[in-house]
Structures are given as C-alpha cells and as structure tokens.
Design a protein around this ligand. Sequence first.
Ligand code: TYD
Ligand code: MG
Length: 454
Amino acid sequence: TKDRKIVFRCTECGHAQTKWSGQCPACMAWNSMVEGVEDRVAPSTSRFSGYAGAAESAVPVSLAEVEAEEIQRTPTGIEEFDRVLGGGLVTGSAILIGGDPGIGKSTLLLQTLTKLSERQRVLYVTGEESIRQVSLRAKRLQLSCTGVQIVAETSLERILAVASNLRPDVLVIDSIQTTFSEVLQSAPGSVAQVRECAAQLVRYAKQTPTTVFLVGHVTKEGALAGPRVLEHMVDTVLYFEGDSSSRFRVIRAFKNRFGAVNELGVFAMTETGLREVRNPSALFLSRGEEDAPGSVVMVMREGSRPLLAEVQALVDESHSPTPRRVTVGMEQNRLAMLLAILHRHGGIPLFNQDVFVNMVGGLRLTETAGDLAVALAVVSSYRDRPIPKDWVVFGELGLNGEVRPVQNGEERLKEAAKHGFTHALAPVKNIAKGGIKNLEIVPVRSLRDALAAL
Ligand code: TYD
Ligand code: MG
C-alpha cells in the first residue's frame, strides 16, 4: 500500500504529523496524538474536492419521489435477537456487540452462526480463544456447527484475505480488541488499532456486501480502547448486559440505523447456552413472601413492550458530612433531583441520610416513568413502612411536585393486571375511562396525592 502512509493525528485539533509526540505542537494538548493510516494523495486536487462526491445528486429531487429501496433482512432464527436487530440481519451492515467479559457474547454469536449456517455461509474469526476451545464449547452447548467455518486469526490483513476467499454472508470478529493491522505499530487493543481495524472491516462489509459482527469488550474506564470509539463507525450498536449473579441476560440496541433503539432482547443462561425468554414481563421481580420496606414495583416500557420491574431503596442515617447517594441501574443525578422534590414538595428531609437505590435483576431505568416508583421506594424505606407487594406505581415527577402522564399508560396498567397486581398508583391523565378489570387504580396528580394514598 504505497499510496497510504502512517500519520499521527491529534484527536483534539486534528493536527497531523509523521512522528508521534507526547504533546500536540499545534494545540498543546497532551497524549492526544493517535496513529492512523491515511491516503498519501488527496482523493482529488480540485479546489472543491470536498464536494466532488456529491456531483451525481446535484439536482435536487422531492424526497417523496425517491424510491426507497426495501431493506433485505435475514432473520437469525433467534427471535429475541431479531427483535433488537430490528427484524434481522441487513447485508452490508456492521454490528458492534459490546459487553463485559464473560457475559455471553461469544456464546450468543456461536449459537446465531449455527442457526444461520443452515442457509448461509458464515465465518467465525476467533482471536481470543483457540479453535479447540471454541469447538469444546460448541460440543458442550450441543451445537451442530458443521456449517460454521472457523479460523483463529488476529491479523486484520490475513482475516480480510481469508474472508475474500471464502466470501461469507456473515462474518464474526471475536474480538475487535485482539485484531491488529500490520500496518500500524500501536499495540493491539489501542485506540489506533481498534479504530483502523474497525474502519477496514466496516468498509469490507459495505463493499462485499457482508454482515459483519464486531465483538468488543467494555473496559472499566469505558472510553479508552473500548468499543466507545467505534460507536459512530458501525450501523448498529448492541450492548449485552446483566447482573453477574442472575442468570438473565438482556441485549439492548443503543444505536440502530435499521431499527428502533432501546429494544430489548431477553435471554436466560443455561447449561446448553442462551435460551430465549419470550415473555419476560415479570422476570425482574425479586418478590419475596413478605412486604418489604423500600421495595416498589413499576411498569417500565422497554422498546415495544411493557416490563414489570422492581426498584429497591435503602435509606440509612448518615455519619458523613456528605451523605451518600448511590444508584445501581439508574442515573445518580435523577435520584438527586427526586430527593430534592421529596424534600420540597413532600416535606421529607433526607439531607442527613445515605440513600441507595438498586434496580433488581440488572435492569436499567432509562425512562422518567419510573420517577414516582423510585421516590416512593425511598419514602418507604425511610419510614420503614412497606408498600403492599400487589401494588404497582408509575409516573413522571416534575420539579413542582406534579405527577405527569407517561406514554402507553393503559398498556402498562393492563400488564400489571395481567400479572396479578391488584392496585396501581398512576398519573391521573393515564387512567382509562372504562377502568381495568381486577385492578383498582388510584389516580394521582401530585407527589402529595401519592404520599397520602399510601
Ligand atoms: P462467553 O460467551 O465466553 O462470554 P464472552 O464472550 O462475553 O466473554 O461466556 C462465558 C462463559 O459462560 C463460557 O464459559 C460459557 C458460559 N455460558 C454458559 O454456560 N451458558 C450460557 O448460556 C452462556 C451465555 C454462557
Ligand atoms: Mg468471548
């Protein structure tokens, strides 16, 4: 590749030079020079080269007249996976699957490839485990991988050579962090390597066209060398999440050019691999026999379906000048806001209390509809008074202490009734005229209403 050369480019200001330096000479930022490969010759020497690519579409057309090409999707045969993918695999797309080590990424992809191999050519590139290890796992999971081609390789150039020979429909790179380009001197796993390898693989996906899966580990620090730098390069970003103590795993779509985000696929880990959980609604409840203070069930909505989830709060006298606010599965700032609302509009002083909030089962609260449930869990723990366990709560809390309606209120109420809940605290505007069978609904306008109802 004579027409390509190595450059070090500053991630802060874009300054480029041929040597690495600890400080960017242009903007004086430290540790910002990252190795990369760039074209030696500019694509076009025209003064307007930046616009040259647009020539073909220089005549505007009405958007309505553009014939939209129907996207071809290949279902993977695993419904929960297809759900997060937006209905199946799109040829020529690149999908990043991120998640902690050991969460089940390789297992899921091996299962998916096995299914796909009945109808398509698939290639699994393992850079982390030996072929023997993968084969042993496949045996243990009782997968018949006769159609799955596998190669243990970490060199990007050789991977691309193998792929060009085999021409698979689906290519899995496990993982992007172990893949390295021989062109760059940076170590495998470094930002430069991860970015260059991903860029080449994405280009390969578009050109051939192939569906390419990139497996990425999330490091504790998050950003550096993790899959974060890749998020904007790929079409779809999926995260594999779950409580390590629980056997349930969820896959969430964070970005999807071919489908909705926040769609959730739910699996259970078993001896023979991941099993789909088609009706996960009541899965994430820890419901014991007795009513426990600090525990409240809410109806969340994940993607296109409702989900019953439990939030637990523990409020304890603080011995620190700055009491702790610890959250697992929800944003800490949101909790701080809810505590301020509780104080101002509910008269509940928590400034000398440590507050811990945990979403049960490793779920993540991403919608404001959980506000009221979290607030009431905190109050319940603070007062040491349980909320009956056949109650559900949902609603958004405003800064003035008002309870705002949430989307799909009726559907949430129905879901609660379906799972045997008998009472619901819900925003007054969410309450259906006809009511819901077997569910007594307490309409609330404000935090005060909700506190009074308990
Ligand atoms: P693995 O797929 O290797 O995780 P990752 O690729 O994300 O690092 O899974 C970790 C281990 O858990 C592996 O030894 C296989 C085992 N496992 C099961 O036994 N059953 C399952 O359903 C899953 C998902 C994993
Ligand atoms: Mg793995």
